[in-house]
Unconditional design. Structure first.
Length: 323
């Protein structure tokens, strides 16, 4: 019996060390598994976001489609100088881009407010139904969104038909062709499309708030609105701040090209043509690949400068960088 006890005593440390080694191996295996799962997506990002940067070389040549680059004369910084010389078009498209981007940033609190209202909804079925219905538009293509907008807001659309029936108007209004309302209408459509999906991030931030804070506030007699203002809003402010900084850093690219492409028409061309659409029109539609590439490079460089500037501002104001 004593021999068995001694043997068990000798085996216990060995078993413990073996178990420790097994526990150490499991996290490493789990990390390798997660890394293997991420690698295909890293490869996709590399293929579609970094390899195309080779195309920037076209900005330094007098490239014509169909002619090999080896037989194309070198142009140096010619097209970058043309970008600066083409001030009228550049100012117009920059004004449209900045206006639509800043209106989009001003509308960004709508997603946070919607997330708070959704979180305060008590009925689970109603909450899930509303969240599903408001998230679905994010997955609808801009072609379908334009078709719906045309049915509702064109001269012969549902809105004008209802207003005629009510005798509120004497002449039909084509919202899709109203230059004065272009910025506001496009901002409203973009906010409607992304409202539900944008609120998901804030719902996750609200879920991370300690529930004991709400319980303590209830004990102290705080009402629902007071709990929202004292706990929920401060709890999601860091998330809102980071997303706003990223939107500002991405201000030249935050406007959806697909949206502008489908809603573009001659009546609103001067108000809806953004920098990305200008690059498409000059580089692809008219075949001036070199000039369009030069504009795209300039936009990317400005975006990078804005990104690092916003990161530095975040570190100075909040003591924490975005990345």
């Amino acid at each position: 019996m004593r021999m068995l006890t001694k043997e068990a005593g000798r085996m216990a440390p060995q078993a413990a060390s073996t178990g420790a080694r097994t526990r150490r191996k499991k996290p490493k295996a789990a990390r390798l598994t997660l890394l293997a799962m991420v690698l295909p997506f890293v490869a996709l990002v590399f293929v579609f976001n970094y390899i195309p940067l080779f195309g920037w070389i076209y900005a330094f040549y007098d490239y014509k489609p169909g002619i090999p680059l080896a037989h194309t004369p070198f142009a140096g910084l010619k097209y970058f100088r043309l970008v600066l010389d083409d001030k009228d078009d550049l100012v117009r498209v920059l004004t449209n881009t900045l206006a639509l981007s800043f209106l989009s940033i001003l509308a960004s609190p709508l997603a946070a407010g919607f997330a708070i209202l959704l979180n305060e909804t008590s009925g689970k079925l109603f909450k899930k139904a509303v969240q599903t219905l408001t998230t679905l538009p994010n997955f609808i293509s801009w072609i379908i969104v334009y078709s719906l907008a045309s049915v509702l807001f064109s001269s012969g659309g549902l809105l004008n038909a209802v207003l005629f029936k009510l005798h509120w108007i004497d002449e039909a209004t084509n919202v899709l062709g109203n230059e004065a309302a272009t910025w506001w209408f496009q901002t409203a459509v973009s906010a409607w499309k992304g409202l539900g999906f944008g609120s998901i991030i804030y719902l996750a931030a609200i879920a991370g708030i300690d529930q004991e804070l709400y319980d303590a506030a209830k004990v102290d007699g705080a009402g629902r609105f007071q709990r929202i203002m004292a706990i929920t809003v401060p709890g999601i402010l860091p998330t809102f701040f980071v997303l706003t900084l990223l939107n500002i850093a991405n201000v030249l690219s935050s406007v959806s090209f697909e949206q502008n492409f489908v809603f573009y028409n001659s009546l609103v061309a001067d108000k809806i043509e953004t920098l990305d659409y200008f690059v498409y029109r000059t580089g692809i539609a008219t075949g001036d690949v070199s000039f369009g590439t030069a504009v795209g490079i300039a936009k990317s460089l400005v975006s990078i400068v804005l990104l690092f500037s916003m990161n530095a501002l975040s570190k100075r104001v909040r003591g924490q960088s975005v990345f």
